[in-house]
Design a protein around this ligand. Structure first.
Ligand code: AMP
Ligand code: ZN
Length: 115
């Protein structure tokens, strides 16, 4: 737990969020400023700052997160129409919360390339 980290506080239950799924390792909740009809955030409960900190030792969490994604896609009925998984890393990547998270965006056509 990083005391200055808003997502650690959500993971600890100290800040409310609309939680969709959690287990001992990961948490899924709705983005507070949704950019699409469905906008979920999928995070490891353990603090990892961003993709720069992924190593062999903690890579299992990435597998867990990506195993959850298709389950969420079916749960929300977006598996056929599709969705986008986004990870913003660092300032140029657009990261604003420095706790590793994957955005799951769906429910509208998403333009490419991103801005
Ligand atoms: P990023 O810009 O990739 O770091 O994404 C951070 C995301 O966290 C943004 O989409 C914010 O809207 C979202 N966010 C920030 N604070 C909260 C919160 N308390 N609950 C839910 N989502 C949040
Ligand atoms: Zn954190």
């Amino acid at each position: 737990m990083n005391d200055d980290c808003i997502f650690c506080k959500i993971a600890e239950g100290q800040i409310p969020a609309k939680i969709e799924y959690q287990d001992e390792d990961i948490l899924v909740f709705h983005d507070i400023t949704p950019q699409a009809p469905l906008h979920l955030l999928i995070i490891p409960k353990k603090h990892i700052t961003n993709a720069n900190e992924i190593r062999e030792e903690n890579a299992g969490i990435i597998s867990k997160i990506f195993t959850e994604i298709p389950k969420l896609a079916f749960q929300f009925g977006v598996n056929e129409k599709g969705y986008r998984i986004v990870n913003n890393c660092g300032k140029d990547g657009g990261q604003t919360v420095f706790h590793l998270h994957f955005h799951m965006l769906a429910g509208r056509h998403l333009a490419w390339p991103p801005g």
